[in-house]
Design a protein around this ligand. Sequence first.
Ligand SMILES: *Cc1c(COP(=O)(O)O)cnc(C)c1O
Length: 371
Amino acid sequence: MLGAAKDLPMTETPVPRAGIDRIALYQGGESRLGGRSDVLKLSSNENPFGAPESARAAWADLAGELHRYPSAGHAGLRHAIAEVHDLNPDRIICGAGSDEVISFLCQAYGGEGTEVIHTEHGFSMYRISAMASGAVPVEVPEAERQVTVDCILDGITDRTRLVFLANPANPTGTMIGASEVSRLAEALPSRVLLVLDGAYAEYVEGFDGGATLVEARENVVMTRTFSKIYGLGGLRVGWGYGPAHVIDNLNRVRGPFNLSTVQLSAATAAVRDRNWAKRCFKENAACREWLSRSLAEVGVLSDPSSANFILARFRDQEEANACDAVFREDGILVRNVRGYKLPDCLRITVGSESDCRRVVESVRRFREIQR
Ligand SMILES: *Cc1c(COP(=O)(O)O)cnc(C)c1O
């Protein structure tokens, strides 16, 4: 029988839908560095202060309830989000990270025969989720690491159904203004849904992530996450806010028990913990400013960032790689963004004050070595 399996025609193995094998696997931030115990992980934009005590306590309280099914309608969490952000709880949907909400959007509005627009340096999950739905992802240019509305509009065809726009953007950290976002929403054909990814909205003073525009229009959705300022990336909770008809469709593709009791309860505690969000906002703003200024002093420039990371720019890919190698020698993990068409850049999460000092020390050492 040796060799029998080899002789079987390929069609006898289960075959996935066309295009599934062309989806590039998501590249996450690295977390380990050859057995070192002092690794400083600045590769995934995690909160340097961890999760808030309020969320940890909510999580611990649920050990006796693990046999119970969670709420299928997420009413407790939706109402907490709605109260804090002054939104309508009926128009909120919760998912396992905003990644899951992005995937619901592609399943419900993408699919075979459609196109999904993302920008040149856009977050990689847009492309992955679009392709998983059977849609064709369409990349449109940015201008100097900044999204431009006209390039998006130029990319629209009869097949376009979704436009994904992170504001502030990852990995560039840049942002476009409210009037530009409104102009885009206004100019899109009415069958196209504009998705405003507000994963970093809490890092921008007074910014609503696009909620006001969602309220005013029938074709705009906002996504948000507990993974960044709330320090709950490992818990996997995100949410979306949109017109009633969109949220209704997303709920049809959502599994009823997509969030566990523990996820719902810890996220509810975190969103009500306003002091936590305020404190993390302040720390991030101060440390980000210090980090970008200190790096500029040693010749490493970055665009003004509106998020919890900066995109450090080098002369070329070779110099970026050389600096990355020195970071690694010093136990620091940052994100190379070659996969985002930014081979001469490194994305560095803004850590605590001492984390930032360690980064600057390491870059100074890199400059010394270069001489
Ligand atoms: C981190 C991030 C998210 C959040 O993903 P989760 O699934 O909520 O952890 C979404 N969009 C962008 C652009 C991000 O950088």
